[in-house]
Design a protein around this ligand. Sequence first.
Ligand SMILES: [Zn+2]
Length: 177
Amino acid sequence: MNEDRIEMSQRERDRLKVMAPVLSNERTATEAARLLELSVRQVRRLRRRLEAGGDAAIIHGLRGRPSDRRRDERLRRRVVAACRGTFAGLGPTMAAEKLAAIGLAVPKETLMPAASTSLKPLPTSAAVAPADQRGLVCRHCGCEHFRVIYTRPAWGGRITRRRECRNCGRRMTTWER
Ligand SMILES: [Zn+2]
């Protein structure tokens, strides 16, 4: 018997079906969270895993098992340590370049979860983070870091901000009260 063979249960298929439109930006993480009875945070994590590892990720992830990439664990730890220390505050793209320069060559896709974990505010700091930055996640890459390009007043006493994802460079507009 080949243990590496991927066998999807019906439940996993269902989850994948719910997640597929999330990956193509046709369904929001919030909506998927409701359908899957998961938190939005869990859905976003799932999304990142799926983007990084394809269908196998959802199965390993949902079963709570380590993937067969365990042999890379040592490398991963070194990368995470570097991202939390020397390279803290850098986006995945920049961090990948810096890591390569010190002999820790990892694909940016591999780095992304480690980097975003290290760059994420601690759970408790969410309460004190500026209201306008709470929970904002790039729909394209899952990055939570943005550069504000401009801020201007909008109708209804609101404020609109044009932001650029620090990781993938895509832009989005937010409206705030
Ligand atoms: Zn992005």
